[in-house]
Design a protein around this ligand. Structure first.
Ligand code: SAM
Ligand code: SF4
Length: 327
């Protein structure tokens, strides 16, 4: 079992399989000039499998596949097929922009990979295009409804962006009210590759909730697992639920059970910090298992208690883009 220096059990790995993406969401990355990783710096499928095996042996029982956009990797399904066979791994989930998932929906279902988070920050086509800088709304919406119809456990990630998509918060709740989905509103984090400062983010979870209550006063708070990052609610008469993720207010750090590994092997113990160390050379050297375990233990043995503590070490504007961190 992996336990950090604050006695938090780490059983959840967010594993990025690429830093590339076919969208250019403005909260995540600049429109151009992105310094994507060289291909040979990304883990191969064999390396991702080996890494996952080692991590599961250490007590990880939930892996979320993220990126970049996971489905831009042509060999993603090869990895997912192997991952779905891994004993001890109880939960495989994917975070995706849902542009490219269409051809894989049937196979994902047959592999039992049913937990899919879809990022959708607008239901107005023009707003979607402004936010993502790409004209892909129809494809995303079509794939989203297919996933729901096929019985996937779908959660929608909607980041509340001042002056951009706030007007879609109430409409997306209305649109989803007949579906068994959770619409989760995230606070924006200043990780879009450098143009955001911490002071520019205004829509926190309390403001989002107050906004929702102006339209839907009758809401009930739902019980959530202790390690959940979202505070969940149900609106009277709605089949869907909604959640608020204080990703910037960071109210959930105390029960953080997660570790991130980037597509190039960086080990990230907190979103608000810099990578602790890199596993790629270790993966490509001798005594792989020993080396990985030793480095993971080192990283989780020196975690900050909260994102605020971690942030203090990195004053000023963040240069990181979420596409290399994995969200
Ligand atoms: N491309 C996939 C997608 O968009 O779902 C997976 C990678 S994306 C980096 C993972 C998650 O991070 C998405 O839900 C996205 O909305 C979220 N994210 C990206 N940039 C963010 C930011 N600046 N603040 C908060 N969440 C962010
Ligand atoms: Fe791509 Fe996801 Fe970042 Fe949007 S949030 S640019 S879809 S990686």
């Amino acid at each position: 079992m992996l336990v950090d220096n604050h006695n938090r059990k780490i059983n959840y790995l967010r594993l990025a399989v690429t830093d590339r993406c076919n969208l250019r969401c403005n909260y995540c990355m600049p429109s151009e000039g992105i310094d994507f990783a060289q291909k040979n710096h990304l883990f191969t499928i064999e390396e991702l499998c080996r890494l996952s095996e080692i991590m599961v042996e250490q007590g990880i029982d939930k892996i979320r596949i993220t990126g970049g956009e996971p489905f831009v990797r042509k060999d993603l399904m090869v990895f997912l097929r192997k991952l779905s066979q891994l004993k001890g791994l109880e939960d495989i989930s994917i975070t995706t922009n849902a542009t490219l998932i269409g051809p894989y929906i049937a196979e994902l279902k047959s592999l039992g990979i049913l937990n899919i988070n879809v990022s959708l920050d607008a239901i107005d086509k023009d707003t979607f295009e402004k936010v993502t800088r790409r004209d892909q709304y129809d494809t995303v919406y079509n794939n989203l409804t297919r996933l729901i119809a096929e019985g996937f456990n779908v959660r929608i990630n909607f980041i509340a962006l001042e002056h951009q998509n706030i007007q879609d918060i109430i409409p997306i709740l209305k649109l989803m009210r007949h579906y068994p989905v959770s619409v989760r509103f995230l606070e924006e984090m200043p990780f879009n590759g450098g143009s955001k400062a911490f002071t520019t983010i205004t829509w926190d979870y309390k403001k989002i909730l107050a906004h929702i209550q102006t339209e839907f006063p009758e809401i009930t708070k739902l019980d959530s697992p202790k390690t959940s990052t979202s505070i969940n609610y149900q609106i009277k008469g709605h089949k869907s639920t909604f959640g608020l993720i204080p990703s910037f207010s960071r109210t959930f750090c105390g029960s953080c059970n997660r570790l991130r590994i980037s597509a190039t092997g960086d080990v990230i113990t907190c979103l608000y910090g810099k990578p602790r160390l890199n596993l790629r050379d270790i993966m490509r050297g001798e005594n792989v298992e020993e080396g990985i375990v030793e480095h993971i233990l080192k990283a989780i043995g020196s975690r900050s208690k909260t994102g605020f503590e971690e942030q203090e070490k990195y004053a000023g504007i963040f240069q990181s883009s979420m596409t290399s961190i994995g969200g």
